[in-house]
Ligand binder design. Structure first.
Ligand code: URA
Length: 253
């Protein structure tokens, strides 16, 4: 006779303990929040300080915003070096970003950088987070430093700024800066689209040879202090900001 598997027993914990574990507030402050009617469990306001919850099943909201605990999620940033490819494996034995990463977690790159583009590359095992960051509707800003072989003219800076035609359609307006003391050869550009090889294609369409392309920031995340090829975990404020930018519930890792 086949038996239906029993559901795992719930591990109930007091609401104030859960909120303090999530880093939302101290237990005393959490009690105050409950008494003030700020805490909802599964969309019902709770005012009983003795309320217990099952963190795996119940949905907790504070002031209408969902609180989630994501100790199983990993968020990393690598300062990608040149001559590495953004694929999980390569049959031709070229160095992949995964080889450099040495992570014990099954994480994946969020989007890709060309083989010879350096700089900020994010990794995670949080699929929804990755999908949202790459979705064009959230317009996450990516900042690049482009080094060209020759000086970029003011006219072309204007075109890059306003949006210009490349094979797959007009680019959205971008922020563009000529870097001081670079004789016009170094350009900072901030775009929020993520089309394939977009920055290189924009400069190439205007007739420039791109000598170097470095992604200096992805939303609030920079590679400051991170050696080429090195990786670090994102800080809590960085994760919080990226989740906020993509309309995800606040997270307390
Ligand atoms: N734009 C490019 O051209 N290359 C990259 O790697 C990223 C953005």
């Amino acid at each position: 006779m086949k038996r239906t598997p029993k559901p795992e027993p719930a591990e109930l914990i007091r609401i104030n303990r859960y909120l303090s574990m999530c880093g939302v507030a101290s237990r005393r402050k959490a009690d105050e929040m409950v008494l003030e009617g700020k805490v909802e469990i599964n969309h019902k306001v709770v005012r009983d300080l003795g309320t217990k919850i099952d963190p795996r099943r119940d949905k907790i909201y504070i002031n209408g915003k969902q609180i989630v605990q994501v100790h199983d999620f990993v968020y990393l940033v690598m300062n990608k070096p040149r001559d590495t490819i953004t694929t999980l494996s390569d049959e031709r034995g070229r160095t992949t970003v995964m080889k450099l990463l040495h992570s014990k977690h099954r994480v994946y790159p969020i989007g890709r950088l060309d083989r010879n583009t350096t700089g900020v590359l994010l990794f995670t095992n949080d699929g929804e987070f990755a999908n949202r960051l790459m979705h064009p509707k959230f317009e996450i800003q990516k900042s690049y430093l482009v080094t060209c072989e020759t000086a970029v003219t003011f006219e072309h800076v204007d075109q890059l700024r306003k949006g210009m035609r490349i094979e797959d359609g007009k680019t959205a307006p971008a922020e563009v800066y000529v870097m001081p003391h670079s004789k016009g050869k170094e350009i900072g550009i901030i775009i929020h689209e993520g089309r394939n090889r977009q920055v290189r294609r924009m400069f190439e369409a205007l007739g420039y040879v791109v000598k170097k392309l470095d992604r200096v920031a992805y939303g609030p995340v920079t590679k400051e202090g991170l050696a080429r090829g090195a990786t670090r975990s994102l800080t809590r404020p960085e994760v919080r900001k990226l989740r906020e930018l993509t309309g995800m519930p606040e997270v307390q890792p």
